[in-house]
Design a protein around this ligand. Structure first.
Ligand code: NAD
Ligand code: IPM
Ligand code: MG
Length: 359
């Protein structure tokens, strides 16, 4: 099988973690005879510095013409004060998701047994956690009308939270279908006690539930969900929520898995899907080889599963990660007593070796 992959390292630790995911994919390729062809392109601050725009036309074309996209991270303090259309976040990542039609962002929150003591949370609370958060990705506050105006007393800034019935139905259907293949439990998270968009969200999800009588649907307000995630995460199977809530809840939930550096993501819904860790460019550790590449390597496994239908190969990567963690190898963010501290590259090497060695 020949797979064309656009590789977009981006900014900060992006350039350190993407090569490690490529290593894992190459190991899978060698083992099973697949040919993964990587073409690198510029995005984010790196693109802005090199060619003056955060999302070059050439990058977008490459993504559209590829079978899948592997992204590191974008952004950093260097570009924070630029006009919004030039900033890496609003100027590259959001338009890329929108252009590719990636309305669903899947973020698995899984605790590996080996990391139970690496987490700052209580063992008995987090043990066995396996949640899939499905975040709506191309609507809500991120894409609604924005405005800034001068008034006699200061400025006024406006963000608009918009959702249509179609957008909600589309993401909710995916969530019901996904829940059906798991434990058949779906929790829809909103703020329907305050927000009109959330009232439409709740009504629409409730209406759609009639088509899925085998899936147990619950609704939860987002503030309660934030609390329940750390109180008793095992109550959740699939969570579906809007864009901003999903962004915040998943960074929080990542701590159940030990670190933000463990949280993978797949953005799907269009012809070409995008795979990226849930974290950012981590300017505080960039260039120090401290970044945990596992979130990105797990995202590569999701690519094999969702874009190439290579389930066995995806599981090979996931099992290799389990074995490396079981052997005690740790990057600094998941370090614990008795662990063997490794840098980004060494972690990637250990995982690639395990992929090749395992039967
Ligand atoms: N998808 C993306 O590209 C993406 C996602 C989130 C944030 N960002 C951008 O990244 C920049 C930095 O944002 P931030 O600092 O708020 O969030 P961040 O996710 O970059 O970092 C938050 C904290 O987590 C740590 N961390 C993150 N990834 C890690 C990893 N793989 N290994 C070990 N530690 C890790 C960082 O060191 C930091 O202490 C901002 O410009 C932001 O907009 C980009
Ligand atoms: C960088 C930012 C625009 C992005 C988001 O909010 O979607 C990030 O936080 C993420 O979680 O992928
Ligand atoms: Mg985020």
């Amino acid at each position: 099988m020949i797979c064309k992959i656009a590789s977009l390292p981006g900014d900060g630790i992006g350039a350190e973690i993407v090569p490690e995911a490529i290593k894992a994919l190459q190991a899978v390729g060698r083992k099973y005879g697949h040919e993964f062809v990587f073409t690198e392109a510029l995005i984010g601050g790196a693109a802005l510095d090199a060619v003056g725009v955060p999302l070059p036309e050439e990058t977008l074309r490459l993504c559209r013409e590829s079978d899948a996209v592997l992204l590191g991270a974008i952004g950093g303090p260097k570009w924070d004060n630029l006009p919004v259309h030039l900033r890496p976040e609003a100027g590259s990542l959001l338009p890329l998701r929108k252009e590719l039609g990636l309305y669903a962002n899947l973020r698995p929150v899984v605790l590996y047994d080996a990391l139970i003591d690496a987490s700052t949370l209580k063992k008995e609370v987090i043990q066995g956690t396996d949640i899939l958060v499905i975040r709506e990705l191309t609507g809500g506050l991120y894409f609604g009308e924005k405005k800034r105006e001068q008034t006699p007393t200061g400025q006024i800034a406006v963000d608009t939270l918009v959702y249509t019935t179609e957008e909600i139905t589309r993401i909710a259907r995916l969530a019901f279908e996904t829940a059906r293949k798991r434990k058949k439990k779906l929790c829809s998270v909103d703020k329907a006690n305050v927000l009109e968009s959330s009232r439409l969200w709740r009504e629409t999800v409730t209406e759609l539930a009639r088509e899925y009588p085998d899936v147990e649907l619950t609704h939860m307000y987002v503030d309660n969900c934030a609390m329940q995630l750390v109180r008793w995460p095992k109550q959740f199977d699939v969570i579906v929520t809007e864009n901003t809530f999903g962004d915040i809840l998943t960074d929080q939930a990542s701590m159940i898995s030990g670190s933000l550096g463990m949280l993978a993501s797949a953005s799907i819904g269009g012809k070409v899907a995008l795979y990226e860790p849930s974290h950012g460019s981590a300017p505080d550790i960039a260039g120090q080889k401290k970044a945990n590449p596992i979130a990105t390597i797990l995202s590569a496994a999701l690519m094999l599963r969702y874009s190439f239908n290579l389930e066995k190969e995806a599981q090979d990567i996931e099992k290799a990660i389990v074995r490396v963690l079981d052997k005690g190898y740790r990057t600094a963010d998941i370090m614990q007593e008795g662990g063997i501290l490794v840098n980004t590259e060494e972690m990637g090497d250990r995982i690639a070796e395990e992929i090749l060695e395992a039967k």
